[in-house]
Design a protein around this ligand. Structure first.
Ligand code: NAD
Length: 301
C-alpha cells in the first residue's frame, strides 16, 4: 500500500513559514504583502475559490483586495481595473480567477497584469523565465507538486516521469519543472496513442487531464509515485454528503493505491498546495517590491 502524500500538512507548514517571514520583515517593509483577486461574473465555483484565497491571505497576514466585477464587464474595463492595481503600491500580486465569462480573451487579460505582480506565474514573461531557469513567480499547481515531491524525499533526478495533460496552467510548466530537476519527461495529451503503454513506464506519474478516474491500475507500474491533479464532483451512491456527491480525481484511487509507493489523495493532496504556492509567489513579490532579502527560492522551482 502506497503512502498517502499529505498536501494539507505541507500547506500548513509552508503557511507557518510565511507567517514567520512576514513577521520578521513587516517593520522594515512598512506594510504587509497585498494580493488582489479579480472575479468576473457569478460562477459559483469561482466564488468558493476566491473565498478560500481570501481566507488563506487572512490566516498568514496578507492583505487581500477582492474585486468582483459584473459578468457584462468589457475587456477595456477589465484591463483598466488591472492597470489601477498594477499602479497600487500596496498590491504585490494580482490574480484573475479563471475561467472568465465567454467573450473575454484570457490571454489579453493575463498579459495586462504587470509581470512583477503576476501572482499566478502565468504571464508570458514569467513562463519564459521558467523555460530559461530564471527565478520568478511560478505556476502555482506544478510548483506545489514539486514541493510535495521534495518534502516527501522523492528523488526526481534520473527518474522516468510522465505528465498527462499539456495545459499552460498545469501540464506544460509541470513538464519543464520535472525536466529542470533532471527527470526524463514525456508528455501525454488527448491525441496520444496508447496512453497505457506510456504511463506504465512512469516512475513519477502526474495526471492533469481533467477526466474523472481516467487512470486505473492498468496505467500504473508497480511502486510508481502518482500525483493526481484532477478534481471532480461526481455522484456517489454511498452519499458522502447530503447532495449525494463526492470529490474524485483523474486517478482511480482505490484501484491504484495498492500498487504504488506514494499517491496524492483527492481532496487533500495537490489542491491545498496550489493556494500555498499563490501565497509563496505573493510574499516573494512583496520581498522584491520592498527591497527585502529573498528567502523563498527553494519553493520556486
Ligand atoms: P485542461 O482541460 O486545460 O487540460 C487538460 C489536458 O489533458 C489537455 O492538455 C488534454 O490534451 C489532456 N487530456 C484530456 N484528455 C486526455 C486523455 N484521455 N488522455 C491524455 N490526455 C488527455 O485542464 P487543466 O487546467 O490542466 O486541469 C486539469 C485538471 O486539474 C482539471 O480537473 C482541473 O480541475 C484540475 N486542476 C486542479 C488544480 C488543483 O489545485 N488541484 C489546479 C488546476 C487544475
Amino acid at each position: 500500500m502506497g503512502i498517502k502524500i499529505d498536501g494539507k500538512a505541507l500547506a500548513k507548514d509552508i503557511e507557518q513559514r510565511l507567517v514567520h517571514e512576514i513577521d520578521v520583515e513587516i517593520d522594515h517593509a512598512g506594510r504587509p504583502p497585498g494580493l488582489a483577486v479579480i472575479r468576473v461574473g457569478d460562477d459559483p465555483a469561482s466564488g468558493v475559490y476566491v473565498r478560500n484565497k481570501e481566507k488563506a491571505c487572512s490566516r498568514i497576514g496578507v492583505k487581500s483586495f477582492v474585486l468582483h466585477l459584473d459578468k457584462k464587464t468589457t475587456i477595456d474595463q477589465l484591463i483598466s481595473e488591472i492597470d489601477l492595481l498594477n499602479q497600487n503600491q500596496n498590491v504585490d500580486g494580482i490574480l484573475i480567477q479563471l475561467p472568465l465569462p465567454a467573450g473575454l480573451n484570457e490571454d489579453l487579460v493575463l498579459k495586462a497584469i504587470s509581470p512583477s505582480k503576476d501572482a499566478d506565474g502565468l504571464h508570458p514573461l514569467n513562463l519564459g523565465k521558467l523555460l530559461k531557469g530564471e527565478i520568478g513567480p511560478r505556476s502555482c499547481t506544478p510548483a506545489g507538486i514539486m514541493a510535495l515531491l521534495s518534502s516527501n524525499e522523492i528523488t526526481i533526478e534520473g527518474k522516468r516521469a510522465v505528465v498527462v495533460g499539456r495545459s499552460i496552467l498545469v501540464g506544460k510548466p509541470m513538464a519543464i519543472m520535472l525536466q529542470e530537476a533532471n527527470a526524463t519527461v514525456s508528455v501525454a495529451h488527448s491525441r496520444t496513442k496508447n496512453l497505457i503503454e506510456l504511463t506504465s513506464q512512469a516512475e513519477i506519474l502526474v495526471v492533469a487531464a481533467g477526466k474523472p478516474n481516467l487512470i486505473t491500475d492498468k496505467h500504473v507500474r508497480n511502486n510508481a509515485v502518482v500525483i493526481d491533479v484532477g478534481i471532480h464532483r461526481v455522484k456517489n451512491h454511498l452519499m458522502e454528503n447530503q447532495s449525494g456527491t463526492k470529490l474524485c480525481g483523474d486517478v482511480d484511487f482505490e484501484k491504484v493505491e495498492s500498487k504504488v509507493s506514494a499517491i496524492t489523495p483527492v481532496p487533500g493532496g495537490v489542491g491545498p498546495m496550489t493556494v500555498s504556492m499563490l501565497l509563496v509567489n505573493t510574499v516573494s513579490l512583496w520581498q522584491e517590491h520592498c527591497g527585502l532579502s529573498f528567502t523563498l527560492s527553494d519553493l520556486l522551482p
